[in-house]
Design a protein around this ligand. Structure first.
Ligand SMILES: Cc1cc2nc3c(=O)[nH]c(=O)nc-3n(C[C@H](O)[C@H](O)[C@H](O)COP(=O)(O)O)c2cc1C
Length: 375
């Protein structure tokens, strides 16, 4: 790591909430549910965000949303994220999240999914600074002053100057209205996941913000990436997204590196077995056996990347049809302790955003179709 002798790990604060480590679990629609957040926290994330929720869904509060709004004491502090289009719905929805136990309310101005944009939500609001800032005001006014409100943004709608101006209007205006921190994903909405996340842009944003808190997002697939983003851009913290799916150990590895220790070896097969089994147990408790089993298929596929026989294990997880049969996969593939593999960055465009038709279909089959399955 360059300049590590002179570089100090940032102290991440979200308003009054002081976090003990600047690497956190990002919001991930269809993934960052209770079980994933809990495991991320146990393995070293200092904070985790729930998958995005639609304001309307929070207000009508059906069964699925009630489950999404469940927060356990062990995972605190946990953030709830809202997405919508009408400023007047955001305040009451934010209050529902506060009542449910979320300690931070995050507002989504980043989702690039076509349907979401078509409904004037998520990333669309980056083109509408007035509405976006009205939403920020409504949420900040509704939520008790001691709870932080934060915003998630992409770097703009596209790469035009007009889009950049709007980005900075929203960014500056959001802080002026009392948000505690902003997370920026260094890709534009138009870009979706094509091409790299622009870390230079994150650096420019941090220079503009000065002391105000910025978290960075985009292309964090290893513990080294997490530290490197903070070092190269000056952001106060990073949010790990695709890099944490099936690899919650990334947080413990980042903690080790930040403490000046060598990068730990990837988890062995036995260590993987323990976490995967616990993930199944938590999913079962959270969703019930059938749904838990279906949801765990997509996690199993990601966990398989760390196994020394990744392809065979991935196929075994894909073939699981009946609740309980995952134990057979564990017995067959996880009963001999061997060194694990380090997962490589996605070669497609990542979960739910694959470029190929087949990839899209696979993801459709596996997706739990959250409010913003980027997503
Ligand atoms: C499947 C998927 C779901 C996502 N869901 C959300 C979400 O609910 N809220 C949000 O703010 N960002 C969401 N994101 C964006 C990520 O938090 C993150 O900003 C983005 O993936 C870039 O980070 P990465 O390149 O390290 O994955 C999602 C991304 C993916 C791939």
């Amino acid at each position: 790591m360059t300049n590590s002798d002179f570089w100090q790990l940032p102290q991440l604060r979200l308003g009054d909430l002081e976090l003990d480590f600047p690497v956190v679990q990002a919001a991930l629609s269809g993934y960052s549910d209770g079980p994933m957040r809990l495991l991320a926290r146990r393995l070293g994330a200092s904070y985790a965000l729930c998958e995005v929720m639609l304001d309307q869904m929070v207000l009508t509060c059906g069964k699925k949303t009630r489950r999404m709004m469940q927060v356990s004491d062990e995972e605190q502090p946990v953030g709830g994220q809202l997405m919508g289009s009408k400023p007047e719905d955001f305040g009451p929805a934010a209050m529902r999240l506060v009542e449910a136990g979320f300690r931070v309310i995050d507002i989504n101005f980043g989702c690039p999914v076509k349907k979401v944009l078509g409904r004037c939500r998520g990333g669309y609001l980056l083109s509408q600074p007035e509405i976006a800032l009205e939403i920020v005001s409504r949420v900040r006014d509704a939520v008790p002053a001691e709870l932080p409100v934060t915003v998630k943004m992409r770097k703009g709608m596209d790469d035009t100057n007009e889009s950049k101006e709007k980005f900075f209007t929203i960014l500056d205006g959001a802080f002026a209205r009392g948000v505690a921190a902003v997370t920026v994903h260094g890709r534009s909405v138009q870009q979706r996941y094509i091409g790299p996340s622009n870390w230079n842009f994150l650096k420019e944003v941090k220079e503009f913000l000065g002391e105000r808190t910025l978290l960075g997002s985009g292309d964090l697939f290893s513990a080294e990436d997490c530290l490197r983003m903070m070092q190269e851009t000056g952001v106060d913290g990073v949010t790990v997204a695709r890099g944490a799916i099936g690899n919650p150990w990334i947080f413990r590895e980042a903690r080790a590196l930040a403490a000046g220790k060598p990068l730990p070896a990837p988890p062995t097969v036995y260590e993987q077995r323990e976490v995967i089994s616990e993930h199944y147990r938590l999913a079962d408790e959270y969703y019930g056996e059938d749904r838990g089993n279906r949801i765990m298929r997509k996690f199993g596929i990601k966990y398989a990347q760390l196994h020394p026989d990744p392809i065979a294990v991935r196929d075994a997880f894909v073939r699981i049809r009946h609740p309980g049969s995952w134990q057979k996969v564990i017995e067959q593939w996880y009963s001999e302790d061997r060194p694990g593999l380090r997962p490589s960055p996605p070669t497609d465009l990542g979960c739910g955003v694959n470029a190929t038709k087949k990839g899209k279909q696979d993801n459709k089959n596996l997706s739990t179709a959250g409010a913003c399955s980027e997503e």
